[in-house]
Design a protein around this ligand. Structure first.
Ligand code: HEM
Length: 555
């Protein structure tokens, strides 16, 4: 007796005298099924059985000791509740309702979201090793190809250690920002574009020795910007179905719903250019004896032309990882700083008062003898605190990067299951730990640690004696996967902020009638930028401009 055969339909009819509220629709459904010809009946019945088992399976997976979280729909779980943009607002809302460790589900598989400093450090730092892998990321990692670089490399890959070692060597580099200062004098209104262009060319110069003073003959800044746009878009959580159902990647691009292949192909082409063009530039320059000192040129010179194919790929991927890590995050931090200064003149007054005490010989005229350098950091506690507050106020990577759990664990009585990524179909079982969440109740806006989290207040990081306090900052992630560009970012953003504050006064812009234009304080993107806003950036004195020509500026 089979359900697909036509022999004993009356037996099923008798079984369908169900009493539950869904008995009527079910009866209709089965009646219709029984009327179908055998083949369509077989296909439909198989499909329905699969769907029913999936529902039962996904309900069972939510075990009673799992962290709390919002109810989802059968099969898709909470997928439909994840917004396409600014997901951290949704994370924060859930955190308010369910607590600082919550579990949602996507297609029956658990996704854990942490939103307090305590939960994040307990899991990602203290028990870091089992929480430090990365998911396979079908869209950004595989289809676009970012898995070749560090951000999406699995910890078991031998390249992981090599990448981290190279980053360690790079940590002393500080991007040169003198060009940014000049641009701010010449054309202050376009500060956003200058911050991006100058950061890009500065990273390209440090990494490949690409000259920043001769325009951009290879169009490298554009190439890198295109690749980065792809990185941001491909990495957005919840945006691509193929990240949730990796099996979709086997569909041909023409198949309805598989247009992600077309987007991925374009992004991959952009990324390949970022791998090849600057690398070939360094190789050609070494051959012709015209190479400028850079990280990649010293690596290749050390190998004296005997680099293996693997080493070539490693250093190419390292260059792209450097670029992808720094090129968007640094300008995001600088724009947040400018916005914070336009909105908080009293903070700016205090920071400039500190600078004037340290650098002006004649206190009454406030004319400086030189501009700040990194070596002055200890003498500038308020500015150091202001930089930390920039990281906290608008974290450049508000969602962090996903972490994957590699062993079953228990935390506060909740069970956290390891990712079970065996086949392609089940690799979406990976558990994501979105460690860095912005929004009112998330880590950097955790009211327990940072009262009035939306207020820009550098004093949070100073003790009663105005000396630096031990408050921790977490904008750079946790544990084994903590941002390896942390020191480069801290140094370059500190020196840029200290020098901009020393040289310029930042105020709100006014319209032609003199009315103040209030900036909108909103941010978007996987790498989060303030929405475009206008402000006025003026030199504090001509003397400050002269200092740029004197050989006193480290920036
Ligand atoms: C400007 C401020 C920056 C912020 C706020 C920032 C933040 C972050 C965060 C939150 C992560 C994820 C950490 C985790 O998984 O727990 C990360 C990873 C990473 N960052 Fe940064 N970053 C910044 C600048 C940079 C710079 C300048 C570079 C390169 C020089 C860089 C390179 C990287 C790389 C390669 C990774 C992946 C590390 C891994 O997967 O092991 N970042 N960053």
């Amino acid at each position: 007796m089979t359900l697909y055969g036509s022999t004993d339909a009356s037996w099923y009819r008798s079984k369908l005298q169900l009493r539950s509220p869904i008995s009527l629709p079910l009866r209709h459904l089965f009646k219709r099924l029984l009327r179908l010809p055998p083949m369509p009946r077989l296909i439909l019945t198989t499909l329905l059985t699969l769907i029913a088992s999936f529902i039962v399976y996904s309900k069972r997976k939510r075990n009673r000791t799992a962290p709390p979280g919002p109810r989802g729909l059968p099969i898709i779980g909470n997928k439909h509740q994840i917004p396409k943009d600014r997901q951290w607002l949704q994370w924060a809302e859930w955190a308010k309702r369910y607590g600082d460790i919550i579990q949602i589900s996507i297609l029956g598989h658990p996704v854990i979201i942490l939103s307090s400093y305590k939960a994040a450090t307990d899991l990602l730092e203290t028990r870091g090793n089992i929480y430090s892998d990365r998911p396979t990321a079908p869209m950004a990692g595989e289809l676009v190809g970012w898995a070749r670089g560090l951000g999406y490399t699995q910890t078991s890959n031998p390249r992981f250690r090599e990448f981290r070692r190279l980053f360690h060597q790079f940590a002393d580099s500080t991007p040169k920002l003198i060009r940014l200062l000049r641009k701010l004098i010449e054309d202050p209104d376009n500060f956003d574009a200058h911050a991006r262009n100058c950061t890009s060319s500065s990273i390209l110069s440090l990494t490949y020795g690409y000259p920043s003073n001769m325009g951009d003959p290879l169009g490298l800044v554009k190439i890198a910007e295109n690749a980065m746009r792809g990185f941001s878009v491909a990495s957005e959580p919840g945006r691509w179905w193929v990240d949730i159902l990796p099996a979709l990647k086997y569909l041909p691009a023409w198949f309805p719903g598989a247009s992600f292949h077309i987007a991925a192909r374009q992004m991959r082409d952009d990324l390949n250019l970022l791998y090849d063009v600057p690398y070939n530039f360094v190789k050609d320059a070494i051959v012709s004896g015209s190479s400028n000192p850079s990280f990649v040129s010293s690596y290749l010179e050390e190998k004296s032309g005997k680099e293996t194919c693997d080493e070539e790929q490693l250093i190419q991927a390292f260059g792209a990882s450097l670029y992808s890590g720094g090129a968007e995050t640094t300008p995001s931090a600088l724009c947040s700083f400018i916005l914070a200064m336009a909105l908080n003149p009293h903070v700016q007054d205090q920071a400039q008062a500190e600078l004037d005490i340290v650098f002006c010989s004649n206190k009454s005229s406030a004319l400086p003898t030189r501009l700040p350098t990194l070596a002055d950091r200890d003498r500038l506690p308020y500015i150091s605190a202001l930089v930390k507050e920039v990281w906290r106020w608008n974290p450049s990577v508000p969602l962090g990067l996903p972490h994957v759990v590699t062993h079953d664990d228990e935390y506060r009585g909740y069970s956290i299951r390891k990712a079970r990524g065996v086949s392609h179909f089940s690799s979406f079982a990976e558990v994501f730990l979105r460690a860095l969440l912005s929004g009112p109740t998330a880590i950097l806006h955790d009211e327990g640690i940072f009262p009035d989290p939306h207020v820009f207040e550098p004093r949070r990081y100073l003790g009663a004696d105005s000396k630096p306090s031990a408050t921790v900052v977490t904008a750079f992630g946790f544990g084994r996967r903590i941002c390896p560009g942390l020191h480069v970012a801290e140094n370059s953003v500190f020196i840029a902020i200290a020098t901009i504050l020393a040289m310029f006064r930042i105020t709100k812009a006014r319209d032609p009638e003199g009315k103040v234009l209030e900036p909108i304080v909103e941010y978007d993107g996987f790498i989060c930028h303030p929405r475009p806003f206008k402000c006025k950036i003026e030199l504090r004195s001509e003397r400050h401009a002269e200092l740029l020509d004197e050989d006193t500026v480290e920036a």
